[in-house]
Design a protein around this ligand. Structure first.
Ligand SMILES: Cc1ncc(COP(=O)(O)O)c(C=O)c1O
Length: 380
């Protein structure tokens, strides 16, 4: 049987990883500033992560959500403390799309309304409602087409308010920093306007924090920087450092009802052990603060290069976008000539930098040296 060919892939096979580094079969070392789509939060093969998962597997790896699973409560407690949202409730699932799917569905159960506001440039996943709320027609199959999603311009308060007056809105879903959309930052005023509209019209504010959450932007949630509390936060990616685990954090006024959400795998013992290991390492090593400091350093150093091909450097913490004249070319040079992994975005001229939250100055300097060298060769 052949694999279903849906991914454009590089002819590189990493066989080993440690921290911010990967090695292929030939022993070539790669610097990883992408973490496999923003997933690697505490570095590849962190010893505490390996220990926690192995220890759990030696006891029990899985049982379904029909029995007591104490480690779920431990995870909810730790996550509540570190995100400063102990009063929220946690529902565990398996992927970012599933988290958003559940969030949109729960919002509709809660207020019995149907319409969703999403924004231009958004990416929320590939399942039915999540993809319908994603601003990319190519990903939406005919069966996913729905009139329930209204796309509005990002950061435009006026159209947001008008739309709330014209329609019965169930929920608004927004990334605090758009990832696939090319590292576009939601204005603090815009997030506050969404909060106000949701309060006035009994709508649910969903903060898609799958990519911009979990400490990456220098606060636990990027939305925190606008002093805004969402009703539901969706989590995935960095939560498990590569182990598939995701969740939604739900404000106390949204009440559970038996059976409205569910999953077979979500919240299994191994997934929770992986998620606990991530939070423990984040706490012990102050990784949210490190993301802030290192992100500022990284962005400042790139700006200092002052090369005419660098159009803009934008981001928060370790969620950084560098818009270039020939971004795709530079990205390929970084990978094939300097062995540095970076990401792209909908706009191929944007290079996305999403390294592990424990990246060091030395590793950033190594990237900067490679980046300068690529610019020098490309524009020689
Ligand atoms: C903001 C955002 N939401 C949701 C998703 C979907 O996550 P997953 O691929 O785990 O389903 C992604 C994935 O890139 C994302 O960036």
């Amino acid at each position: 049987m052949q694999l279903f060919d849906v991914y454009p892939i590089f002819d590189i096979e990493p066989v080993k990883g440690t921290g911010c580094y990967l090695w292929d079969q030939q022993g070539t070392q790669y610097l990883d500033l992408y973490g496999g789509h923003a997933v690697i939060s505490i570095g590849h093969s962190h010893p505490h992560y390996i220990h926690r998962i192995s220890e759990q597997l030696n006891k029990i790896g899985f049982y379904s959500n029909s029995v007591q699973i104490t480690i779920q409560q431990e995870l909810a407690k730790k996550l509540g403390e570190l995100s400063n949202k102990s009063e929220y409730q946690l529902f565990l699932c398996n992927s970012g799309a599933e988290a958003n799917e559940n969030a949109l569905k729960l919002a509709s159960f809660h207020n019995q309304k149907k319409k969703i506001i999403a924004f231009q440039g958004s990416f929320h996943g590939r399942t039915s409602l999540a993809v319908a709320a994603t601003d990319n027609k190519k990903l939406i199959a005919p069966v996913n087409e729905t009139e329930n999603v209204i796309f509005l311009p990002f950061n435009n308060i006026e159209t947001l308010q008008e739309t709330f007056h014209q329609h019965e809105i169930s929920s608004v879903i927004i990334e605090g920093v758009q990832g696939v959309g090319g590292i576009q930052i939601a204005d603090a005023d815009f997030l506050r306007a969404i909060r106000e509209c949701c309060n006035q019209h009994n709508a649910v504010f969903i903060a898609d924090s799958v990519q911009c959450g979990y400490g990456r932007t220098g606060t636990f949630f990027s939305h925190d920087q606008a002093n805004v509390q969402a009703d539901i936060y969706t989590l995935a990616k960095g939560m498990g450092n590569g182990f598939p685990v995701a969740g939604i954090m739900i404000a106390p006024h949204i009440k559970p009802q038996q059976g409205i959400l569910g999953t077979t795998f979500g919240g299994n013992h191994l997934a929770c052990a992986a998620a606990m290991a991530v939070l423990e390492v984040m706490e012990q090593n102050n990784l949210v603060a490190n993301a802030h400091t290192m992100g500022e350093y990284l962005m400042q150093q790139i700006r200092n290069i002052q090369h005419p091909a660098i159009k803009e450097v934008r981001g928060k913490g370790l969620m950084v976008g560098v818009e270039l004249e020939q971004g795709d070319e530079i990205r390929k040079r970084l990978l094939f000539e300097h062995h540095v992994f970076t990401g792209s975005a909908n706009n191929k001229n944007v290079i996305r930098l999403l390294p592990a939250l424990n990246i060091t100055h030395n590793e950033i300097n190594q990237f900067l040296e490679a980046f300068r060298a690529c610019l020098a060769v490309q524009y020689a």
